[in-house]
Design a protein around this ligand. Sequence first.
Ligand code: FAD
Length: 326
Amino acid sequence: MSGVLVVVEHKNGNGALTRVSLEALAAGQALAKQVGAECSAAVLGEGIASLAAELSSKQLAKVYTLEHPLLAQYTADGYVHALQQAVAKINPAYILFPHTYQVRDFAPALATRFQQVLISDVIAIHDGPTFVRQLFQGKLNADYRPAATPCFVSVQAGAFRADSLEAAATPASIEAVAVELAAEQIRTRPSAPFRESAHTIDLAAAQVIVSVGRGIREQENIPLVQALAEALGAELAASRPICDAGWLPMERQVGSSGQTVSPKLYLAVGISGAIQHLVGMKGSKAVIAINKDESAPIFEVADYGVAGDLFEIVPALTKAIQAAKR
Ligand code: FAD
């Protein structure tokens, strides 16, 4: 038993690998280096040749395709049966997934088939390997050292960087894994796929985010930060109290009970930096914080800090950016 197998997820509708899958692949490559093994990927579905081709452009030993008409749409039973056969054939020591709703649905059952558990929502992988996951809303980091293989692990969105994913010098070979699947093995019938409304904001894909917190005081002041976001071509996000108050929609909330983001730049305006907020944005490449309290915890994770009144700084900054663009 050796090697790392990353099971990727894709959007059936447009046949694209999800961003969190690319992050899981980056985690898989890092783990493979640590354990001195090869990293491969597996993709499930029907008509997945283009996805396999996309995967083969990454630094991978092999790309496995699990193709079957009964995998055309996701079902937990279908995925568990198919992946059980694939894991038995490929014999990897580590099986990695992105920590998505779909993975939460089927991966624990898959792990149980091998008398294992899923080490879920992992934020870091250290030598050993040791998998780190958070407990008590991020107050504690716990180290998990698997006692046996195969070891099943899901990685938190934003914990690994998709842009650190290594490309292949020569395309990885693609191998079809024959899957035996019968209709009666699938106990659920998928209904129409969930379609997000056109207005839903995918903060996870944003490159630049301006995020506003309770320091803004009133809903009437939100346009101040909105103008800054527009000047920067950024998405507007918020801490939980702002969304709880209905000043911005819930889908703009960043944190443990909101979205997890990993932009190139995260500008936190009037946000204290509570742990529940930090867990949602700690994957950002650069963090700038504006806060009038010099000892605010947000400054501990900020690359650049401005200790001052946002009502003075934000309009001046917006003006300067607008002027620079002219
Ligand atoms: P505050 O903590 O009130 O901070 C406001 C900051 O603004 C202060 O640091 C202050 O110095 C600064 N400020 C004030 N006036 C100015 C000014 N004029 N100029 C500059 N700075 C100024 N929170 C989240 O964000 N996301 C989550 O997903 C989330 N999930 C949670 C889940 C649970 C189970 C629990 C218990 C809590 C959760 N929270 C979450 C809430 C979290 O604990 C904090 O209460 C919240 O993040 C605080 O938001 P804030 O930083 O905007 O407000």
